[in-house]
Design a protein around this ligand. Structure first.
Ligand code: 0PR
Length: 382
């Protein structure tokens, strides 16, 4: 391939969207907290893949696991790791479950709701697992009867989602746990997005059961680069017991201290881990809760305003992800509205036929008012 001499990195970067305008409503990432950005920048060289060189960063990773673990009642036998994101965490979780079971099955089966993130398809492909996708209910939660019907001798685990990619819904984890216990199955929870939302909601533990108190739950994915407000990459994986990471452990005989790695990657950035630990030290549970409340308030505001304009909300948003249905008699269809909003710099996605808005910490109510004015203008000028 010929090198284009006029290629300008500066010009290319101008094509990118910036979170700072608050108009990106299609992403689960957002502009990181300014303090977290500073900490991140100060720690670019930290490599969690080499504990002998960075023992302090390793301790900070443990500290972050403790902070996250407390949100989900991780038992004292528990452990965890910070990876590149939710996809790697989900792949690693299924890897550990598969190896730990060690049943000599040709293709072990994992039952997942059809709402799961694409990372489970990737995991199944990589790990030679068979993914059994079961339908969801009209509330976009896993259909429990379908789960029971799907269990076979080859089933080794079930997955529950806390904060689905499409609508932010949470599966009936308590009931799923009962099924798993009865059939001696492991349960993994993908709380990549919802893991730093649900625990801050009032009485959420009773209501949502996103917790290691459910005895079949062996692992939980929780990302720090989504609602954790730190720069990418940062995805957490918590394990109930050390036997899970031990099942995927490799020793590096040539590195000082012969470290054991339980990660797909060798070199592993510690910057977002340090940024998260520092941000938590600074603002704590209450600070994160405030951010979550404001995101949810803004989501509810947008939902109500869109309903007033004749759009429908098929699933009441439990958190800050909003799916909106465009009725057939509306002046614009979902593709047209989606395209026209993008043309004005407002990014959304279309998921399950709905226009999906992710309302992240940087999106202010004033911003949403501007979005609604634009939508009014688009409706009135078709
Ligand atoms: N689990 C759930 C429930 C998710 O929604 C996602 C990401 C993952 C796991 C995987 O996380 P990583 O992307 O960290 O590996 N869902 C986002 C989505 O599909 C990913 C994303 C993020 C897409 C930012 C676009 C974007 O700008 O919407």
């Amino acid at each position: 391939m010929k090198v284009n001499q006029s290629f300008s990195i500066k010009e290319e970067l101008k094509k990118d969207f910036s979170y700072s305008k608050g108009k990106v409503l299609s992403s689960m990432n957002c502009e990181a907290d300014p303090f977290a950005q500073d900490v991140f920048r100060d720690n670019l060289e930290k490599n969690l893949g080499d504990p002998a060189l960075f023992p302090g960063t390793m301790n900070i990773e443990d500290h972050v696991i403790t902070i996250l673990g407390r949100l989900f009642q991780l038992p004292s036998s528990g452990t965890g790791v910070i990876l590149s994101g939710g996809s790697e965490a989900n792949v690693t979780a299924l890897w550990a479950i598969r190896n730990n079971k060690n049943l000599n099955l040709e293709t072990p089966e994992i039952i997942v709701p059809e709402s799961v993130h694409i990372s489970f398809d990737k995991a199944a492909d990589l790990l030679k697992l068979k993914l059994i996708k079961v339908p969801t209910t009209p509330k976009y939660q896993v259909n429990l009867e379908a789960v029971i019907e799907s269990i076979t001798k080859k089933t080794i685990a079930c997955v529950g989602v806390a904060g689905t990619t499409a609508f932010g819904t949470i599966d009936p984890l308590n009931e799923l746990n009962k099924i798993c216990l009865e059939h001696q199955l492991d349960m993994h929870i993908d709380a990549a997005f919802g893991g730093l939302v649900f625990p801050f909601l009032p009485q959420s533990r009773e209501k949502f059961f996103l917790s290691f108190d459910l005895k079949s739950v062996v692992s939980i994915t929780v990302d720090i680069h989504k609602m954790g407000r730190v720069p990418i990459p940062g995805g957490g994986l918590l394990w109930r017991d050390n036997i899970y990471p031990q099942a995927i452990q490799f020793t590096l005989p040539y590195l000082a201290g012969n470290p054991k790695q339980i990660t797909i990657t060798g070199t592993r950035s510690g910057a977002s881990t340090i940024a998260f630990a520092s941000l938590w030290n600074k603002i704590g549970f209450k600070g994160f809760q405030k951010i979550v409340f404001s995101c949810i308030e803004n989501t509810q505001y947008l939902a109500e305003e869109l309903e007033k304009r004749g759009l429908s909300i098929p699933i009441k948003p439990p958190i800050n992800i909003l799916g909106v249905k465009i009725p057939t008699n509306f002046p614009l269809n979902v593709f047209e509205l989606h395209r026209k909003l993008w043309e004005q710099g407002w990014t959304t996605t279309i998921v399950n036929g709905c226009l999906r808005f992710t309302i992240m910490p940087l999106t202010r109510k004033a911003q949403l008012e501007k979005l609604l004015l634009l939508i009014d203008h688009l409706i009135n000028n078709v």
